[in-house]
Design a protein around this ligand. Structure first.
Ligand code: GDD
Ligand code: MG
Length: 694
């Protein structure tokens, strides 16, 4: 994203309201390098940074009897990594619209490999969970969650908190333009990258107000927001010495918040909701009124406003008389705010008195307010809702393939140790591949219910064999971080994955095997030509698993035939064996590197990949562990160079000895060195380091 650099901002005590920023380029290219030549007028937020936020963001999609084709379009505009939370209040009577919506999301998720929460606002179990968790203000007299988009939004915030995501965005489901929906999500992610404070909000200003649907809708909203903005700006101006027109998004339905901010705000109902968010921020955090939450005050709160490039086109649902129904609530929350002064209130009275349909002297109603969601007991809510997860997470059947989940998964909030281990040379003896001396330690890990995640150069098939033999049910990382395999029923919360393989959801990180082979072949040919022409380089002998028979692989590796066959089933890396003098070996490695591929040395073979490494995969898996388990502490056990990125990524790296009772030399922050080669070292790491750590 290339956007205008920071515009002027207004500061009200601890609250900063940034002026509207325009987006100049929706895609500023893939490069993450600093743009030295960049003009000072513009700022770039790169794709990686945007995607990092998207992974932590939930998009709440409120829906009430919308056109299903339009809804489908909206879904397709939500970036892949965002968690979708559909909150429906659609009719279930003659036509079961809710069922149709669920079918659409189900199909969409199945095809696109995503997961989503889909709930009905009138779901009695949800209402009970919310009541039991001490948040009855969301419920009506019938004990169910009250109707309304605002109430749906709050339910969305609660489910976002439950899902462990850091950001929540809101996008209406009556939007005709999927490209606009996509752009809103990108604006949210860009805004959170620009915000300095963890308590931030991004509000969207539609660029165009096309008049395609008569001039009804846009004129209407145009007028409402113009008036709302005017009174908000008046209120802000009255607190300082200068007039300001900083607020342009007083009614922005499309907006997003960090969950830390969202859970602290008091909300208005009906059309007051978006205006009240701004009022709540000013009332609770600016410092004009006494501040209760000192932490937020210290960090400050930021409101960012951005203007879209895509036009905004959505359903028009009502006649012009709605103007007052929309405007009144927005103005009412300003009018009744303890921040409003007499002049401001008078202005609002005059405004309303001048409008058709208002009687002079009309009382400006108090809008019903809903206290901050953080009032709710989240662990209690989570414990209750846990039972109903299979009903509210789509696609159905995918997350919960077997009945129930393994009981060893702890509940939210507990501290959890996670053990990552290399296989060859660590859990497995470097020469015999035997794990027998580690069996007691493995039993201990199982008793203590600590996840043991294999993280090795081995293929899926090879690792699965060991996992089955040892009865290990945890996720595993194959081919030096090429992919993460996660048993379908392992994590309670939804996440995005790339494909399904049998009982596993697979997150792919590596380059496809055939592409690696193709590039490698060229690089090796070039290397051989150079070696042949060089007088100093000696003979060299290079073989790759892809060129060898199962028998050859077995002979070279001492794996038995079955294991050798599995080792050959590579998906994201090629194993290369190089025999030659140092000079020619280096020539080969240089060519591999120049081709764009990367290699690491596992002790006997070179693993060639498209650039994935164990550390990157562990970071992603750690996020999932954290989401599902709360606090984690990670251990990494390894023996050789290709464990470096793993050991560097975990909290407690441990090195076991290599044959000759030596440790591989590595620069690490706080490594532990345990005595014992391979599985003996593994056992010591478990008994002496992992288990005792408090
Ligand atoms: N879950 C839920 N529950 N969703 C609802 C409900 C409800 O009771 N009522 C409406 N929705 C959904 C609609 O299906 C739509 O996706 C979205 O909420 C907005 O409802 P609209 O009825 O289309 O509202 P609007 O177009 O008049 O107003 C929108 O724009 C305003 C200005 O930006 C809303 O986003 C307002 O909140 C916003 O102020
Ligand atoms: Mg709408």
């Amino acid at each position: 994203m290339r956007i205008e650099s920071l515009r002027p901002a207004e500061h009200l005590g601890n609250v900063t309201i940034h002026g509207v920023r325009r987006f100049l380029e929706l895609d500023s290219g893939a490069s993450n390098l600093p743009h030295l030549q960049e003009s000072r007028e513009v700022e770039i937020v790169d794709q990686q940074a945007i995607s990092d936020v998207e992974k932590k963001m939930a998009i709440v999609l409120p829906i009430k009897d919308e056109d299903l084709k339009v809804f489908e379009g909206v879904l397709s505009g939500i970036p892949h990594d965002c968690l979708m939370i559909v909150i429906s209040n659609s009719s279930k009577q003659e036509v079961d619209n809710f069922k149709n919506e669920k079918d659409i999301v189900n199909r969409f998720c199945r095809i696109t490999h995503r997961q989503a929460f889909v709930v009905h606002q009138k779901n009695p179990e949800l209402a009970n969970a919310i009541a039991d968790a001490g948040y009855p203000e969301l419920l009506g007299e019938d004990g169910l969650i009250r109707s309304g988009k605002a109430e749906g939004m709050i339910l969305g915030i609660i489910l976002t908190m439950f899902s462990g995501r850091d950001y929540v965005g809101f996008i209406d489901t009556d939007n005709y333009i999927p490209g606009a929906v996509w752009e809103y999500a990108k604006h949210f992610a860009t805004g959170f990258n620009l915000a300095q404070s963890p308590y931030s909000m991004v509000r969207i200003l539609w660029k165009y107000k096309p008049k395609l649907v008569g001039d009804l809708y846009f004129k209407r909203w145009g007028r409402v927001s113009e008036v709302t903005n005017k009174h908000l700006n008046h209120l802000i101006s009255s607190k300082g010495k200068f007039e300001t027109e900083i607020i342009k998004t007083g009614n922005a339905g499309e907006h997003a918040m960090s969950i830390e901010l969202a859970k602290r705000l008091t909300y208005g109902t009906g059309y007051a909701v978006e205006t009240k968010e701004i009022m709540s921020i000013l009332e609770q955090f600016s410092g004009i009124l006494p501040i209760e939450d000192r932490e937020v005050a210290e960090e400050g709160v930021e409101i960012l406003q951005t203007e879209t490039i895509n036009p905004h086109l959505h359903e028009d649902k009502g006649g012009d008389h709605l103007l007052q129904d929309m405007l009144l609530p927005s103005l009412a929350v300003i009018y009744h705010s303890p921040l409003a002064d007499d002049a401001g209130r008078k202005m609002i009275e005059t405004q309303l008195a001048g409008m058709e349909g208002f009687n002079a002297g009309i009382q400006i109603p108090q809008i019903k307010l809903i206290p901050p969601p953080q009032k709710m007991d989240l662990p209690k809510f989570s414990a209750i809702i846990e039972k109903y997860l299979p009903q509210i997470i789509l696609p159905d059947g995918e997350l919960f393939s077997r009945a129930g989940r393994p009981s060893r998964l702890p509940s939210l909030g507990q501290f959890k140790k996670i053990v990552y281990t290399d296989l060859d040379g660590t859990l497995l003896n470097p020469l015999t591949y035997s794990y027998s001396t580690a069996l007691d330690a493995l039993r201990l890990l199982k008793d203590k219910q600590l996840p043991l995640v294999f993280c090795s150069a081995k293929t899926m098939g090879e690792q699965d064999l060991y996992r089955n033999e040892l009865g290990i049910k945890d996720p595993f990382i194959t081919e030096n971080g090429g992919a993460i395999f996660i048993p379908k029923d392992y994590f309670r919360l939804p996440f995005a994955y790339d494909r399904i393989a049998g009982n596993y959801l697979v997150i792919e990180l590596g380059m496809a095997y055939k592409d690696i082979r193709h590039i490698l072949k060229k690089a090796l040919a070039a290397a051989c030509a150079e070696i042949e022409n060089s007088e100093k380089a000696g003979n060299i002998f290079i073989t790759s698993f892809g060129d060898m028979s199962v028998e050859d692989v077995s002979r070279l590796t001492d794996l038995n035939l079955k294991q050798a066959e599995l080792a050959k089933q590579r998906e994201y890396s090629e194993t290369v064996h190089i025999e030659g003098d140092k000079r020619s070996t280096n020539m080969v490695l240089n060519h591999i590197q120049q081709s764009g591929l990367e290699y690491s040395f596992g002790g006997r073979f070179y693993e060639v990949t498209g650039g994935n490494d164990k550390g990157k995969a562990i970071k992603i898996l750690n996020e999932l562990f954290r989401l599902n388990f709360g606090n984690i502490h990670t251990f990494g056990l390894g023996d050789s160079e290709n464990d470096y990125s793993m050991l560097e990524t975990v909290d407690s790296p441990v090195l076991v000895q290599r044959p000759g009772n030596k440790w591989h030399k590595m620069r690490l922050r706080n490594p532990s060195y345990v005595k014992g080669v391979g599985p003996e070292g593994f056992s010591r790491a478990v008994t002496d380091i992992i288990i005792p750590m408090e």
